[in-house]
Design a protein around this ligand. Sequence first.
Ligand code: KIV
Length: 259
Amino acid sequence: MPVTTQQIMQWKQQGRAIAALTAWDYALANVLDEAGADVILIGDSLAMVALGYNTTLPVSLDEMIHHAKAVRRGVQRSLLVCDLPFMSYQESVQQAVHSAGRVLKETGVQAVKLEGGNPTAVETVARLTQVGIPVMGHVGLTPQSVHRLGYRQQGKSQAAGEEILAEAIALEQAGAFAIVLEHIPSDLANQITQKSTIPTIGIGAGPHCDGQVLVTADLLGLSQRQPPFAKSYTNLRETIAQAVRSYTTEVRERTFPTD
Ligand code: KIV
């Protein structure tokens, strides 16, 4: 049975942890889906891990839609959420409805994610929810604001923590079905998780969230640089390099192919 937004909200009530990962193409998404990822996010981190940009800012809505369509074709079960990229929703609520509507209509994903918890973001989430587009929020470190925030941990002071908590609650009240908490102190993530009725999905936010998400390039050991909180479960960079070295050696030695 395909995972739905209602299902992951129920899992929070049942204490069933949610395992989320990112994907950017058909083959990867197909493996993640078959291996049991509950949520697959077509994150705008694909700008960095799949397209080679230094930040997430350059990726366009058309590019996100292109990647989301490929991911959709590989997935049967996982809930699919697609990031709205930088400047595809910040100009106005109308722009956000237009962009999110395109994402749902053209790709077949079930939900969108957008960054921030300021009053405009909250109003945007309310409007998208009202027109039937499920929204995942994202507070704490928001990479689309890298030129304002850097990649530093957020919410370290009492005041900054209270602000992030207030943003999370406002997003929930506006109708968000889940919320990503990125790079904030573990006790703040715990507090938000206790106070909210929607699932919190942590990345660099400690063990107390209702679920966790990793950028799959980091999980696989494919990234050249990765954040301090990411965990690699294998070193695919080395595995691929070893396979390529074996292949090039065999071709040059004329031992592959054989008759
Ligand atoms: O773009 C992305 O991959 C994300 C995750 C880090 C949550 O937003």
